[in-house]
Design a protein around this ligand. Structure first.
Ligand code: GDP
Length: 296
């Protein structure tokens, strides 16, 4: 289960606080030391942890909290609110162009779950009465095109492909045109991923970006990779101006670092969470729900 370690440790801290009728400043300091360690162990970015703890501490040692009948509960509530803020506060919605189609570039490193997520997002859009088109622009990974076609067939969403001998920029351009010509209102471009960020990959993504001027540039990252996912997001964001992040594999035993750091480090909101391999295992990301889940 995701966040298990973090949830367990936070619950320990809070049960100690809850048991106290009065909470002293020392109690708060002690609790915050433990929260800090729990977050660091969950692979949350060091600076993010520092800021988080100092904010919670500042709000917790106030007179109102200390004098309240249930100071422990008030502090838990403060942590809950700050965790929610850390992950973006409120839900960051997917863009919708007022001049359809809405164009979404799906980006990410190989293996993060980009192609699978493209299929899942198409399915989600379809459920919301949209008419999406999937565009197969990952021409380098063997079988990526086929994988997208199989997904498309499964959910009955059209897949635009020109094979693997045409440039991804051209495929993207023609894909968007195809959507326009056929009255489709969302275009999801499955771009190429590499094992590592390299100049060639970024150059290609920038070219696609300049040709299709997307409404969304989503980066798909594997939450299991913790701080690495955050670093990848930071690099992509510096070069491409991401509009959102999709966290995948939250069904695994991810420690929480990526979910809790990515927004604070990159400024980019998490828009979706993927919780499994199945085609319907994608949901809009709700910071407040995730915070409650982490607190258990
Ligand atoms: P891409 O190279 O980024 O396009 O990655 P794929 O879409 O091919 O996904 C790589 C692997 O991760 C596949 O085996 C997917 O089934 C798996 N995967 C993707 N998303 C999730 C998820 O949310 N949870 C789990 N458990 N597996 C996932």
């Amino acid at each position: 289960m995701a966040f298990e370690g973090l949830t367990g440790r936070l619950q320990n801290v809070f049960s100690k606080l809850r048991g106290k009728g009065k909470v002293s400043e020392d109690d708060v300091n002690e609790a915050m030391r433990e929260v800090r360690l729990a977050l660091l162990e969950a692979d949350v970015n060091f600076k993010v942890v520092k800021d988080f703890v100092s904010k919670v501490k500042e709000k917790s040692v106030g007179k109102e909290v200390m004098d309240s009948f249930t100071p422990g509960m008030v502090i838990i509530d403060i942590v809950n609110k700050e965790l929610t803020e850390l992950m973006g506060g409120s839900q960051a919605k997917l863009a919708k162009s007022n001049k359809p189609p809405t164009v979404i570039m799906m980006t990410g490193l190989q293996g993060a779950g980009k192609t699978t997520t493209s299929g899942k997002l198409a399915k989600l859009l379809q459920k919301g009465n949209h008419r999406p088109l999937l565009v197969a622009a990952d021409i380098y990974r063997p079988a990526a095109i086929k994988q997208l076609q199989v997904l498309g067939e499964q959910i009955k969403v059209p897949v635009f492909s020109l094979g693997d001998q045409v440039s991804p920029v051209e495929i993207a351009r023609q894909g968007v045109q195809h959507a326009k010509d056929n009255g489709l209102d969302y275009v999801l471009i499955d771009t190429a991923g590499r094992l590592h960020i390299d100049e060639e990959l970024m150059e290609e993504l920038k070219q696609i970006h300049s040709v299709v001027t997307p409404d969304e540039v989503l980066l798909v990252v594997d939450a299991m990779t913790g701080q690495d996912a955050v670093n990848v997001a930071d690099s992509f964001n510096k070069q491409l101006e991401l509009t959102g992040v999709v966290l995948t594999k939250l069904d695994g035993d991810t420690r929480g670092g990526a979910a809790l750091s990515v927004k604070a480090v990159t400024g980019c909101p998490i828009k979706f969470a993927a919780l499994g391999e199945k085609i319907d295992a994608l949901e809009p990301f709700h910071p407040e729900r995730m915070a409650s889940r982490i607190l258990g």
